[in-house]
Write a protein that binds this ligand. Structure first.
Ligand code: FPP
Length: 253
């Protein structure tokens, strides 16, 4: 049974026929959001989980096919152990609590990143969510956990080298399509839209290969303040962008 609202026109300002197929989000600013309110960073992360729940529902309602969120980077291990512990338990709690609802709404959960290095309970919770929802045909929800764009490229190169050495593939035939098959995002189209909250103008090692031609939209609001209205406004901005992919406009030819 679907429990979220059905797909419908969410705004008169956006063209529901030109919704990005794949949206990626760098959910930044939880710590600052909490700091500005004189609260501990953990409160910001918890509020960030609520914003994530809303973003998933909004993407589903808009008819977005792929949503990829940066939940924990390979660099986030540099944070104090206490904060790492909070982020890991929030992740576990999030996938456990949301699993039934995600599944009921036909969402397919996937994980991008090196899950082997996660604490066992977190790894098991995430992998269970992936396993249980793997046949779902609705929104594909990629959780980037212990993810780094450089690490992803290195692991792809290592796997390609192995496949060349064992004769599975011929080195001369390697092209961009071959390479993409070895990335964590294998089978996902590239994100047309990459959103970052909290005003920082960086991509922070997120989807380095895949975001080559993504439209970047940076908003000043911190992630916990991000809501349905924010996402719709960003889609409107995206729809007004002129995407040329290195070419020129048709009318200029
Ligand atoms: C950035 O805030 C956010 C993260 C480190 C990861 C995103 C985490 C969440 C949205 C909450 C947890 C959700 C899950 C599913 C684990 P920051 O701490 O870098 O903020 P700051 O730049 O203001 O310090």
């Amino acid at each position: 049974m679907r429990i979220w609202r059905n797909k419908k026109r969410l705004s008169s300002e956006i063209d529901m026929n030109r919704i990005p197929v794949h949206i990626a989000i760098i959910m930044d600013g939880n710590g600052r959001w909490a700091g500005l309110r004189g609260m501990p960073r953990a409160v910001g992360h918890r509020a960030g989980v609520e914003a994530l729940r809303e973003a998933v529902k909004t993407c589903d309602a808009l008819g977005v096919k792929y949503l990829t969120v940066y939940a924990f980077s390979t660099e986030n291990w540099k944070r104090p152990q206490s904060e790492i512990g909070i982020l890991m338990s929030l992740l576990k709690e999030y996938v456990r609590k949301e699993l039934d609802e995600l599944h009921a709404n036909d969402v397919q959960v996937r994980v991008l990143g090196n899950v082997e290095q996660l604490p066992q309970d977190v790894r098991e919770a995430v992998l269970l969510a992936c396993e249980r929802t793997k046949e779902n045909s609705g929104l594909i929800f990629n959780l980037a956990v212990n993810y780094g764009g450089r690490a992803e490229i290195i692991q792809a190169v290592k796997s390609i080298v192995k496949d060349v050495q064992t004769g599975k593939i011929d080195a001369d035939t390697i092209n961009e399509d071959t390479f993409e098959n070895y990335l964590y995002t294998n089978g996902c189209p590239e994100p047309e839209l990459l959103i970052r909250t909290s005003g920082e103008m960086r991509i922070s090692n997120f989807l380095l290969w895949q975001a080559a031609y993504s439209e970047l939209v940076v908003v000043n609001e911190c992630w916990p303040d991000f809501n349905e209205k924010s996402l719709i406004e960003i889609v409107r901005i995206f729809q007004n962008r002129d995407r040329r992919f290195g070419g020129i406009k048709k009318e200029e030819e």
